[in-house]
Structures are given as structure tokens and as C-alpha cells.
Ligand binder design. Structure first.
Ligand SMILES: Cc1cc2nc3c(=O)[nH]c(=O)nc-3n(C[C@H](O)[C@H](O)[C@H](O)COP(=O)(O)OP(=O)(O)OC[C@H]3O[C@@H](n4cnc5c(N)ncnc54)[C@H](O)[C@@H]3O)c2cc1C
Length: 504
């Protein structure tokens, strides 16, 4: 007999499942997280270590940025070298975010902070040691069969989300196909406790055609070494302590090693599911899109997906009439967003595969020259920081444009599908502060309080989603506005993406 609960069932208590549970709690939606493991990822098995600026903006929205900031270490610069010296150095300074850095934290700490935050909401139940072994669904509910030690029980609820990682059982049981892109190469990470003279706030990447490698500081006293496994080497040989210590001695002779914490070899490849939704089941995180190991893309794209899913799922739990379409929109947009990142990663992986000295010399030449153009560096970093991604929002169910009004794809710094443009705090308050759980209508053109008010009221009567309204910086000419005579409104989603721009 199934126990029926009116909570979202989340399978998997990794970073994505936990983030989703906290995001849902912000809408007052309860959830239950079923996690097979008894404990969080071990403290020494650091796995995903990077929170990019857009991820930090999500943490701020969730109200949990500070515990991350207190525990993490910051990286402010990316540096690429060849064997002959520095090729380019890109600083995060000046990027379009209040967080001009990436924050490094072992996955263990990420999971611990998220778990504590989830429990403290009062909306989230986390059951560790509960492994889902089968699932099903009807028109009105999903079911799960769970094993906890020698007990087996069943649950039923309106919606379920598979956040169960790259080898997702949920995806398999739903019979959702997966494409795997393979880059024909193995790579490895080895984490150490050590002392060395490298700068801690710079990523040190050496594009050596004989073996590209990089050093990344990620926690007090802890460094990660990433390196290519060459064709003639086996994965087990290349992750043996002897091999790793030898490599470290060769690349960083002055390092004083205290201990090797963890090493892991992985295939350079990326997985993509055909759909992220089937009926009342959804997929998120690695279960939906296993990203290749680059700049923490796996965890970042996953948690941003949880943000994009949470408000739609909250509306579905409240039986919104457009639930079906809203969740299809999630599947389409998040899938295309993940595809874009995977295509970017593919370029990096092809670069890692370069072994020919002439090709490497050509690459060094190009990088050295690009390195001199600061705007190129900034836009490359903003892309990597996931700040400039435009989601394909055209035709989305919440893309509201009043009748007889012109729909625009951009207006000043506002662009369809992108996040709310960032303008430094000293130029005016962020237009979403305090009103960020509903769709928000923002006046971004000519400022005329009475007319704006009238237009807002008319629009609000027709718009079918919980919506707030906001005048940008009402009494001054805010930098968020474009100086013009047009009345223009941007409709912004709770996940801060612009879904429509209407010119009256
Ligand atoms: C061995 C390994 C090494 C990695 N190394 C790196 C790295 O060096 N750098 C990097 O950026 N990323 C790394 N990753 C990827 C990174 O951990 C993920 O991209 C990120 O954690 C995504 O989070 P997620 O919540 O989607 O998936 P996961 O973190 O994989 O979480 C999925 C959770 O679901 C649980 N689960 C699975 N099946 C079930 C079930 N049937 N019932 C209940 N619970 C279930 C799992 O126990 C797990 O806790 C690594 C992943 C693995 C597995």
C-alpha cells in the first residue's frame, strides 16, 4: 500500500537535489529528499569544487551565500601558460556580477551547508540511506519504491524529480534516451594537502602538448592537480600514488606534500538526455545532463536548472492551469542551455587533446594575442561564469506581451532570455531586491509614474502568473533604464531571466 504525500519527491541528495528542495521551500512547497548514501560525500573526495559567479547569485537568492563565503576560498584570475611562460591572464575584476571571483569549496562542504539550510527551512525532509529501487506513474501521481536497510516501502505524490546523478535510475526507468559525446581521451584529478609557492587566487593552467595540466587551490592547504592521461598510460597506472607523486615532483619540485587526499580518472565525455520530463517525472542535474569536467560546469548548470525548475514546480503543485506547458518549457530551455555549455566544453576538450608541437605553438600565438584584448577576456570569463547565457524563451507559456504592443528582443542592456542586466551597486539598487519570488514587471524606458501605474494595472489584470510590479529606481533616472520616450516593460522570471520586453 502506498503512503500518499502532498510533497515533491526528490531522488538524490547531491548538490542539485538539495538546492531544489531549498528553492521549493521559498515558495512554501514541501519536499522529501530520498538519498541512497548514509553520509554526504567524504571530506577528502572533493569532486565538484567550483561555484561560479552566477551560482553565487543563486546562493544569495536562496539566502545562503554567507556560509559558503565563510568556508570557501576565492579565485580572482585565470592564467594560461605554455612551457615557455605566461600566455594570458584574465582577471574576474569588472565582470557583470557582484561576485568578481569564483568560490572554491569541496563538494562535502557544499553538501553539508545545503543540507543544513534545507533542514532549517522546516519544509524539507531528508532521508539518508533510502535508496529508490523502482518508480512508476499514473495520470495523477508518481510512485516510488524505496529500500532502507531490509525494509521496503512505497510512496505516492503529485510530482517527482530525478536528481540521482549521471547513472540515473530514474532516467533509465522512464526509458529516456541519452546521447554520449566522447572526446577519446582520459583525464585525472589528484587532490593534495601541500604547501607551495603558487598564487592561491589564480588558476595555473599549463598548455603543454606533452601533457596539459593545472593546479587549483580549493580549500585551506589543499590543491587540485588536473592532468591528461596520455594514450600509452592506463587509468589505474595514472592514478596510482607513485605516478601522481612523480608527476607532482616533476611539475612542482618545491612543493611540500603532507598527503594525497583522493585521485580519480574520468573519460572526457558529456551526456545529454533526450528529454528532461516524462509525465509527472522531471530530471535535473547530472541525471539530465552530465557535463564534462570544466570549471565546475556539472554542479553549476545543475543548480541553475534547479532554480529554473523550482518556480514552475511550485505552480504545478498549486495546480496552475499551465503546469504542463511550464514544465515542458523547463525541459526545452534547460536542455538547450546545457547543450550550449557542452559545446563550449567541447572546444576546451579538443584543446586538451592537442599533442602536436606545431598546433600547440599556433594555439600559444592565438592565446597570447587574445590575452592582450581585455574586452575579449571579460566576455570569455562572463561566459564561463554563466552570466551571459540567453535561454530560448520564445514561445514560453509565461511570455506575456499585451495585445497591440510591440515585442522586442532587446532594449538597452535588457535582452530576451538573459538574466537581469547587472549594474554596479553604486549606480542604483538592483530592481529585483525584495520582489524576487514572483514574475516582476519592470519599467525600463521613459519614467512617468502615473502612466506607468495605469499600464501596470491593465497588464496585471491579464497576466496569469503570480506577479509583482516594480518601478526601476522611481525618482531618479536609473542606469537600468534606457533614455528614451518609449514606455517599455521587461517581464522578469523568479529565476531572474527576462522573458518578455514590451514597448507600449
Ligand atoms: C566520482 C565522481 C567524481 C567527480 N569529480 C568531479 C570533479 O572533480 N569536478 C567536478 O566539477 N565535478 C565532479 N563530479 C561531478 C559532480 O559531482 C556533479 O556534477 C555534481 O555533484 C552534480 O550534482 P548532482 O546533484 O546532479 O549529482 P550527484 O552529485 O551525483 O548526486 C546524485 C545523488 O543521488 C544519489 N542517488 C543515486 N541513485 C539514487 C537512488 N536510486 N536512490 C536515492 N539516491 C540516489 C547519489 O547517492 C548522490 O548523492 C564528480 C562526480 C563523481 C560521481
Amino acid at each position: 500500500m502506498n503512503a500518499s504525500i502532498n510533497k515533491v519527491i526528490i531522488i538524490g541528495g547531491g548538490p542539485v537535489g538539495l538546492t531544489l528542495s531549498i528553492a521549493l521551500s521559498r515558495y512554501g512547497i514541501p519536499s522529501i529528499v530520498l538519498e541512497a548514501r548514509d553520509k554526504a560525500t567524504s571530506p577528502d573526495e572533493s569532486r565538484a569544487i567550483t561555484w561560479m559567479p552566477r551560482g553565487l547569485e543563486l546562493l544569495e537568492w536562496l539566502g545562503i551565500y554567507h556560509p559558503f563565503y565563510k568556508k570557501g576560498v576565492l579565485r580572482t584570475c585565470h592564467q594560461f601558460e605554455s612551457r615557455r611562460g605566461k600566455l594570458l591572464s584574465w582577471s574576474f575584476e569588472g565582470i557583470a556580477s557582484p561576485y568578481p571571483f569564483s568560490l572554491q569549496l569541496p563538494q562535502h562542504d557544499t553538501e553539508m551547508i545545503l543540507e543544513e539550510a534545507a533542514r532549517s527551512t522546516g519544509y524539507v525532509e531528508i532521508n539518508r540511506g533510502h535508496k529508490v529501487i523502482d518508480i512508476g506513474q499514473t495520470e495523477h501521481a508518481i510512485t516510488v519504491k524505496v529500500q532502507c536497510h531490509d525494509r521496503i516501502y512505497e510512496l505516492e505524490s503529485p510530482w517527482g524529480v530525478g536528481c540521482d546523478g549521471a547513472k540515473s535510475l530514474i532516467r533509465e526507468k522512464l526509458n529516456i534516451g541519452k546521447t554520449w559525446r566522447d572526446y577519446g581521451m582520459d583525464s585525472a584529478v589528484a587532490d593534495f594537502e601541500l604547501k607551495c609557492g603558487l598564487s592561491q587566487d589564480i588558476s595555473n593552467i599549463v598548455l603543454d602538448p606533452q601533457r596539459p595540466y593545472g593546479f587549483f587551490y580549493f580549500a585551506p592547504g589543499r590543491w587540485r592537480l588536473i592532468y591528461r592521461i596520455n594514450k600509452e598510460e592506463s587509468r589505474s597506472e595514472a592514478t596510482s600514488p607513485e605516478f601522481i607523486h612523480r608527476l607532482l615532483k616533476e611539475k612542482l619540485p618545491d612543493a611540500k606534500v603532507k598527503r594525497l587526499l583522493w585521485a580519480s580518472a574520468f573519460r572526457l565525455g558529456q551526456g545529454q538526455s533526450d528529454h528532461y520530463r516524462k509525465g509527472r517525472w522531471l530530471l535535473a542535474g547530472d541525471a539530465a545532463h552530465a557535463m564534462g569536467p570544466s570549471a565546475g560546469a556539472g554542479m553549476m548548470v545543475g543548480v541553475l536548472g534547479a532554480w529554473r525548475l523550482a518556480w514552475r514546480l511550485a505552480l504545478a503543485m498549486q495546480n496552475h492551469p499551465d503546469s504542463d506547458k511550464l514544465l515542458e518549457d523547463y525541459s526545452k530551455e534547460q536542455r538547450e542551455g546545457a547543450n550550449e555549455i557542452q559545446n563550449n566544453n567541447a572546444m576546451i576538450f579538443r584543446n586538451m587533446a592537442i599533442t602536436h608541437p606545431l598546433l600547440a605553438a599556433g594555439r600559444a600565438f592565438v592565446l597570447r594575442n587574445f590575452g592582450r584584448i581585455s574586452s575579449f577576456g571579460r566576455s570569455a570569463l562572463e561566459k564561463e561564469a554563466l552570466l551571459s547565457q540567453a535561454l530560448p524563451v520564445s514561445g514560453a507559456s509565461d511570455q506575456y506581451v499585451p495585445s497591440g504592443v510591440l515585442s522586442l528582443s532587446s532594449y538597452g542592456p535588457w535582452q530576451l532570455g538573459k538574466r537581469v542586466p547587472y549594474i554596479a551597486a553604486d549606480k542604483g539598487p538592483h530592481p529585483l531586491s525584495g520582489m524576487d519570488r514572483s514574475h516582476t514587471l519592470i519599467s525600463i524606458g521613459k519614467h512617468h509614474p502615473e502612466q506607468e501605474q495605469r499600464l501596470f494595472e491593465n497588464i496585471m489584470k491579464e497576466f496569469s502568473f503570480p506577479a509583482g510590479r516594480k518601478l526601476v529606481h522611481p525618482n531618479v533616472n536609473s542606469s537600468y533604464r534606457k533614455l528614451s520616450n518609449d514606455f517599455v516593460f521587461a517581464l522578469v522570471r523568479p529565476d531572474q531571466h527576462v522573458v518578455s520586453i514590451s514597448k507600449m
